[in-house]
Design a protein around this ligand. Structure first.
Ligand code: CTP
Length: 397
């Protein structure tokens, strides 16, 4: 993917800027042409001379060359690039990008970009967790920028935790993976995990979904170059790297998150095990055991998938799941029709090793033209690969 590509490597002022030299060299080794942009402060961390020598191109730091007065044309730079890679991305530069502040040539070039922009944050762990910075990152992803998440490890401050810039090799791997496949740049909304419906402050009605299937689907989509928004019910799993994650608890919150995000998406994969019913009343205080019997009154939740099926555009592709214990195929086909899906993934609880909590699953895909493909029991990661090969044939061929 990188051979022959024009890459703008943008560097903001973080200690991880020392890794930018390696990144620059690695990009060139892969056959890319690199021009480097730096914020003025970043030159304290790494010398422009190092980067101009490695990239074999002048490094742009200021709007104009102070010696000959020549203007550094940010629009031309943006037009030249096939993509813009900001690594390291500091809290300050991310904040400006997210809020339209343009006080250096790196930012002016960013705002002129029409091609993909990647950003790899690097900061201390408390900064990385700060809600204002998280909000800026989310905003940038909403604007279509591609997030290369920071990793956990030892930080320059001496603390341990999340915030270390992704290693150059991993950044290169991500860029290469995105250059292949039909899912590249497609926007996918994926739901995963269970929903918890509260009864009182300490109890809820939930189900045994672990989120494994949905998380595997999200990771596979990212690996294939898709831009993934993952709406996740409660799950202990590590979040897929590179996904924008919206954490929810109840079916209602999941519905709101899907409604708010669906319009901008090319595809929805609804793998979450959404509760069909929720308590009619949520007790404000912990319910006390007063009687021998207790009857709970439940009411139906909104059918998220049906809502999307009824409101989707023709160019949006819709995938649902059906977990059945009897009349599997008939039930799955009915759901596919009722919810106006393009594809349904059927898993039966009668199959050993399939369904909730297992690392494996055994699925059958049924599409709206009634084509059926059944697969053997496989690791969920492999099932995710099968899903995308079936989905690509029907949607993107
Ligand atoms: N689903 C949804 N909203 C709900 C319930 C389910 O979007 N309130 C989605 C699930 O994520 C899944 C599909 O619908 O992709 C099928 O879910 P399932 O609960 O099996 O189907 P139901 O239509 O609720 O049918 P039933 O419970 O009668 O089997």
């Amino acid at each position: 993917m990188l051979r022959g590509k024009n890459v703008l490597l943008a560097i903001s002022a973080g200690i991880a800027a020392y890794k930018s030299a390696y990144l620059c060299r690695a990009l060139i080794k892969k056959g890319a042409k690199v021009k480097v942009l730096m914020t003025p402060q970043s030159t304290h961390f790494i010398a422009p001379l190092t980067l101009s020598t490695l990239s074999k191109n002048p490094v742009t730091v200021e709007y104009f060359n102070s010696e000959n007065g020549e203007w550094n044309n940010h629009v031309e730079l943006a037009k030249w690039a096939d993509f813009f890679l900001l690594a390291p991305a500091t809290a300050n530069t991310l904040g400006k990008m997210a809020n339209g502040i343009c006080d250096n040539v790196l930012l002016a070039t960013y705002f002129s970009m029409e091609k993909p922009v990647y950003f790899a944050p690097a900061m201390d762990l408390d900064m990385y967790q700060h809600p204002a910075i998280k909000a800026n990152i989310n905003k940038l992803v909403e604007y279509g920028n591609r997030f290369i998440p920071a990793e956990s490890g030892e930080l320059a401050s001496g603390l341990e935790g999340e915030g270390r810039m992704a290693e150059p090799d991993q950044i290169i791997e991500r860029l290469e993976a995105e250059g292949q496949g039909k899912l590249q740049s497609k926007k996918l909304l994926i739901t995963a995990g269970p929903t918890f419906e509260p009864l009182d402050p300490v109890r809820f009605i939930g189900n045994r979904s672990s989120g494994k299937m949905g998380y595997a689907i999200a990771q596979e989509a990212i690996n294939r170059g898709a831009e993934v928004t993952l709406v996740s019910g409660p799950s202990d799993l590590a979040k897929p790297k590179g996904a924008m994650v919206i954490e929810v608890e109840t079916a209602k919150q999941m519905f709101e998150a899907v409604k708010a995000n669906f319009k901008a998406q090319d595809c929805l994969i609804m793998s979450a095990a959404v509760s069909d019913y929720t308590p009619k009343v949520v007790a404000a205080q912990k319910m006390k055991k007063k009687t021998d019997e207790l009857t709970l009154e439940l009411q139906k939740t909104d059918d998220i998938l049906k809502f999307v099926g009824d409101n989707k555009r023709n160019d949006q592709f819709l995938v649902g799941f059906a977990l059945e214990t009897e009349n599997e195929e008939t039930n799955a086909k009915q759901k596919l029709e009722k919810k106006r899906l393009d594809l349904i993934v059927l898993n039966s609880l009668q199959d050993k090793g399939a369904g909730f909590s297992h690392d494996t699953n055994k699925v059958t895909f049924i599409d709206k033209d009634n084509n059926k493909v059944a697969f053997e029991l496989k690791e969920k990661q492999q099932v995710a690969k099968d899903l995308f090969s079936e989905l690509e044939k029907r949607w993107l061929d």
